[in-house]
Design a binder for this molecule. Structure first.
Ligand code: MG
Length: 188
């Protein structure tokens, strides 16, 4: 994870995604969007998960570690996942707008926005976080948001995430891309 292989694996996914982006002819009506997950997609939680007491997900996150993870998010200093930023730049150049869609709490909205901008995601159509009142799974929450976007007339040209919950369900997009994540399964 901290060597080159994880980075290479992410780059391999993004290379294919960029090839796809370049094959599209995007209408100039501003309705084309690309969905980005945040945790371990737009941003990399490696600094947290490589801690000896987390050990790349070998240790199950208990309540205390969960709280420390949330503090890590609130620092707004989570590093970029470089491959995804490259994809972001390609979609913007192609005339597609970014929508960031995350299962993380809307209480972290300011930190997430600040963090995304700081690492190079300069602009987006929407940044959507999960309200604390939503009790569904991430997969259902994300499907409902995408359904709303499609009803509003957006075309989801692509969708990238590190969890299956990001890219299965309804209105997943014309094409989906799965980044590797050997650290955890089923959340963030
Ligand atoms: Mg994620």
């Amino acid at each position: 994870m901290t060597g080159r292989q994880y980075r290479y694996d992410c780059e391999a996914v993004v290379d294919i995604a960029i090839k796809y982006v370049k094959s599209l002819s995007i209408p100039s009506d501003g309705r084309s969007i690309w969905i980005f997950d945040i945790d371990d997609t737009a941003l990399s939680n490696l600094p947290f998960f490589s801690r000896p007491d987390v050990f790349f997900g070998v240790k199950t996150l208990n309540a205390e570690l969960e709280a420390e993870f949330y503090e890590f998010v609130l620092t707004a200093e989570v590093p970029v996942l470089a491959a995804t930023l490259r994809l972001y730049q390609a979609i913007v150049e192609a005339g597609i707008k970014a929508v960031f869609l995350t299962g993380s709490s809307e209480r972290s909205a300011d930190a997430r926005a600040k963090n995304l901008k700081a690492v190079g995601y300069d602009t987006w159509e929407e940044l959507i976080l999960k309200p604390d009142s939503v009790n569904t799974t991430v997969q259902v929450f994300k499907s409902q948001v995408r359904n709303r976007l499609v009803v509003q007339g957006y075309r989801i040209e692509g969708n990238i995430g590190d969890q299956w919950a990001d890219i299965v369900g309804s209105n997943v997009g014309r094409r989906t891309f799965k980044l590797p994540n050997p650290m955890y399964y089923g959340y963030y």
